[in-house]
Design a protein around this ligand. Sequence first.
Ligand SMILES: [Zn+2]
Length: 423
Amino acid sequence: MRRVVMGAVLGILALVVPISAAAAPAPPSSAYRVPGVDNATTRTAVANQGVEILGGGRDYLEVLATPVQAERLRAGGLRLVSLPAAAPLPLPVAPGQFPIGYQGYHTYRQLTTELDSLAASHPNQVAVSSYGKSAQGHPLLLVKISDDVRTDKHEPEVLFSCAQHAREHITVEMCLHIVRRLAQGYGTDPAITRLLKSREVWVVPMANPDGAEYDISTGLFSMWRKNRQPTPENSEIGTDLNRNWGDEWACCDGSSANPANDTYRGPAPFSAPETAQLRDWVNSRVIGGVQQITAHIDFHSFSELVLWPYGFTTSDTGPGLNKSDADTFRKLGEQMAATNGYTPEQSSHLYINDGSIADWMWAQHHVWSYTLEMYPTSLTQGGFYPPASVIDRETTRNDAAVDLLLNYADCVPRIIGAHCAAR
Ligand SMILES: [Zn+2]
């Protein structure tokens, strides 16, 4: 089991302690910034060394690497800058709770309570249900928001999903913020009222509840990414949900076959109950032969990026994705990025990844599916664990991007002047 306990929050790495539960203890990893990697080929080559990619942008990556991996990267001519510890340890409150400085974040139970309360105070706008159960039996939460939430209207539907990756807690706050802002804005904010009268909005606020709960189970952060599903015939736990989707699964060295790796894709596409049931629910939105969901954002952290399909190929076009589609993805991606200051690019231009939800949403359903990597841009700013004090600022920062997607959801190609078939 390659598990890393995170001690320090900002510079995670001086304090990383390897825990050996299996026979062969994993070597200790350290965090490095790799500057000057300014193309996808080099970044993909770094990823293929087996290091854990923590974040990255157009000219850098931040990785966790063992001494052997670090040596190999240096031998390949790359510069590695150690990321130092820069912040005091957070203080644990209790197992299963966020530590001091992080208590503005929601545990699964707190999230459920907050959503139930929003549904109770906005009964015509907010409805909470579930689309299945996680590997460990947590109901997988699904929220619908609209002007008349109990009626399935003939309107474009938009999906926001969060926290496929356990430690990306800030994305749960993003999805909760979307629910809260839309619910409270209906009837008070004219723009939100108009949007909810013409759209139906779905939110999956915590796609990986088992992993999110596990990440805080000791009262400190465990740097956990995957779900908590046992691996068949192996002692390793967990599948990377965002490498487990069924479009071009395992095609292109953009995921790992090694159950110990953080990007382990699972033994088969949709082997994780969390992805299989979200797939089934998305499929169920095909009504009269028409997929009702037209646009989607899957929130992640960190790196401040707006990404779009495909991730499995560096080509701008691909199966079912022509030049006009690519232009549309880029145009809306760039416009969203102009509102929040993120960097826009095709997903594979960061590095190759296969089995993502965004690739599947497009390939299977032609949903305009984006991946947003939230604040910050570096481990030195907190990486996966920015303090709760930034939640309001960093979720509000995406309001305009969310509204832009909602606005174009009737016909996203109209952003490049193209037409859509009548729905
Ligand atoms: Zn992620």
